[in-house]
Design a protein around this ligand. Sequence first.
Ligand SMILES: [Zn+2]
Length: 259
Amino acid sequence: MIAEWDLTQTNQRRLKENMPRVAVIPTSAIEPHNLHLPIGQDFLHTSIVTRRSVKKAWQTTRKIIALPGIPYGVDCNLLDFPIAIHVSQQILDAMLREIIQSLRHYDIQKMVLINGHGGNDFTPFIRQIQYDLDVYVFQVDWWKVAEDHYEELFSKPDDHAGEMETSVALALYPELVEMSHAGVATTRPFKIEALQKGWARTSRRFSKLNEYCATADPSAADPEKGTKYLDITIERIAAFLVDLVRAPLDAYFPQRDFF
Ligand SMILES: [Zn+2]
C-alpha cells in the first residue's frame, strides 16, 4: 500500500489532487553510541519518530508530507571514535535552504525539522530563512518533547547513548542492540565550577569524557520505557502537526492576537 504521506512513495497524480501545506524533514547524525548501539542510531530513531508522527497526523489531515531525512549531522567533536561522519552546520543549513526553497516553489510555507541529534542547531538558520523567504520553519528536538515524563519513566539522566536512548533502541530495533557490550560510561566532570553549574557552556570533545563515546549509563534501559516515551512523543508531535496545518497564515502567525 502506498504511504501517501511519504514523499518518496506518493506520486504526482496524488499530489496534484492534494497538495500538502506542511512538510516535515528529519535531521539526525551518523555517529558512535557507546559499544552497544548502532552507528545509525540517531538516523534510525529520528526517521521512525518522523514517519510515525506524520502517519498519525495524516489520520486527521491530509495536508502533510514527510520528506526523506538528512542522515548526517555536526559531529566534529566525536571523530576520535569509529566511524562518525561530520557535516558542518553551514553545509546542513545550505542543504536545508535549497530543500525549503523547493518546497516554497510549490506554495508550501510551513516546515518542521524533526531533529534527533544534539549537535545540530538550526536556530540561527531558521531566523535567517524566515527573513529571506516567506516561510515558517520550526525545529522539534524530539527527545525533549516528553521531557516532563522523563523522571517517572527513567532512573538516570541521558544525553547520549544512556538509559533513554537505549530504551528507545530496544523498543524500535532490538535486533541492533548488543546490550552485553554496553559500557557504564561515567564521564569525567568539568574541573571548573561555572561549567559544572552550567551557566558557562562549551562543546565537549567526547574522547575526553570516557572511552565509550557515551555520556550516560544505559544499564537500566528497558523496551517498555522506550515505548512509553515514544508514544507520548509521537502523540504530541502529531497533534502539533495537525495544529500547524489548521492554523491560518494570518498577519500574526504563529502568534495569535491578544483576544
Ligand atoms: Zn543519539
